[in-house]
Design a protein around this ligand. Structure first.
Ligand code: AMP
Length: 112
């Protein structure tokens, strides 16, 4: 069980930003931007790489929900960045797939 399994099971509290039948979105505990929300699917994948063999319909529902969360956060007009850290070099620290939604300021590029 990862930390995000426990947050999804409400065993560990989180500052929930949005929830529907597909996803749970909560504010990152250590925000890297004025808006920093993590979106996890209720159907668990461990990492982005798992999507290579996942049901495209389920992936689509997840991606659509991530876009809905960004809209719900009021970021649609100003823009935002979606990040999936994957594996060791991607600095993924929690083995439960999560989209980072980052916004509220002009983000630099390229990332470090
Ligand atoms: P990653 O490095 O892509 O695996 O992202 C994990 C993210 O989870 C980091 O940005 C952490 O700040 C965040 N995080 C860790 N613990 C918590 C928590 N209890 N509630 C919300 N976010 C967390």
């Amino acid at each position: 069980m990862t930390l995000f399994d426990k947050i999804l099971a409400k065993e560990i509290p989180a500052n929930v930003a949005f929830e529907d039948e597909t996803v749970l979105a909560f504010h990152d505990i250590s925000p890297a931007a004025p808006v920093h929300v993590l979106v996890i699917p209720k159907h668990k994948w461990m990492r982005f790489a798992d999507l290579a063999i996942a049901d495209p319909k389920q992936i689509g529902e997840y991606m659509s929900a991530v876009a809905r969360v960004a809209k719900h956060l009021g970021l649609e007009e100003s823009g935002y960045r979606i990040v999936f850290n994957n594996g060791r070099d991607g600095q993924q620290t929690v083995d439960y797939i999560h989209a980072h939604i980052l916004g509220g300021r002009r983000l630099s590029w390229p990332p470090g």
